[in-house]
Design a protein around this ligand. Structure first.
Ligand code: 3PG
Length: 305
């Protein structure tokens, strides 16, 4: 049996060694395709493999069509919007993610970016502190919970909204649940977006919602750029010089930000929320174990299709 790691943005070497160990101890062979630049390289690499581990790599219908032996694909990470689930299902291929494994890394980045912007990008001028400020966590999943844990230590006043989480669960964590996204955005100077990109959430962070945020608003996006209505965000930021936006990866209209909103935003050059050795080890090894468990014992925990 062959297990392919196909990562355009490679795992840390220590994670690859850990994955190799799991795969080889199970009597399987590891094949590595890293930093590929053409889709054709991925189309070649998937031929003859039984399992595949990817990160944000696009596994579309062409990739699935080229995968003549593939039984399982695991997205080493949380968001699986890069997998064509329909194509997987139609060929009987199991798709999984590894929820929670990189959540702390993303949470630390979100908090780190908040501090960076509050301190005026460390430019030597007088900034502000997070202590006592209101933080709204938009979706209380694994990342949201980790952000809440860190923000508690900082002394932020924390609120959360999640349509799919019982408010008592949020309350039991010492966080104030609110009953709508509107209420969250109206209440909190700082908002952390942690919602998945789905048909319902795409472009849902729009002018109407963002305009409710209090003065000196800071929007922190470590979710997908697709959830933001980028044109409306630019419009709002032009109207509100107090509004700042930080995002893990640049929006599609980054050139407009550069032209019109200098000093009001920060974008990572590459998606790097999960880009730590620890997160790579956690997510990569979890993916390898899930593959071995499935291929040897038919266990399909964390299946998403
Ligand atoms: C995730 O959904 O887990 C994160 O976006 C991580 O993506 P990456 O593996 O491409 O860094």
């Amino acid at each position: 049996m062959k297990v392919l790691i196909a990562t355009d943005k490679p795992f840390a070497a220590v994670a690859v060694s850990g994955i190799r160990q799991v795969v080889e101890e199970a009597g399987m062979e590891l094949v590595l395709l890293e930093k590929y630049t053409e889709k054709s390289q991925l189309l070649d690499a998937v031929k003859g493999v039984d399992a595949m581990i990817v990160r944000s790599d696009i596994v579309d219908a062409d990739v699935i069509a080229a995968a003549d032996q593939l039984k399982i694909v695991v997205r080493a990470g949380a968001g699986f919007d890069n997998l064509d689930l329909k194509a997987c299902t139609s060929k009987g291929i199991i798709a999984m993610n590894t929820p929670g494994q990189n959540a702390n890394a993303v949470a630390e980045l979100a908090i780190g970016m908040m501090v960076m912007v509050a301190r005026n990008f460390y430019n030597g001028t007088s900034g502000t502190e997070l202590l006592g400020k209101k933080l709204g966590i938009h979706a209380f999943g694994n990342v949201g919970r980790n952000i809440a844990r860190i923000a508690k230590g900082i002394g932020m006043e924390i609120y959360a909204f999640d349509a799919f989480v019982d408010p008592t669960v949020i309350k039991n964590e010492g966080i104030t649940p609110v009953s709508s996204a509107e209420e969250l955005y109206r209440t909190c100077q700082y908002i952390s977006i942690n919602i998945p990109a789905t048909a319902e959430t795409k472009k849902s962070i729009n002018h109407a919602l963002l305009s409710k945020m209090p003065k000196n608003a800071m929007l922190v996006n470590t979710a997908r750029k697709e959830v933001i209505n980028e044109d409306e965000l630019v419009k709002l930021m032009e109207e509100r010089p107090d509004f700042r936006y930080v995002s893990d990866v640049a929006p599609d209209n980054a050139a407009i930000f550069a032209e019109k909103l200098a000093g009001k935003y920060f974008f990572t050059p590459k998606k790097m929320g999960a880009q730590t050795s620890e997160a790579n080890v956690n997510a990569g090894i979890a993916a390898a174990n899930q593959i071995v468990d499935f291929l040897k014992n038919g266990i399909d925990r964390y299946r998403v299709n």
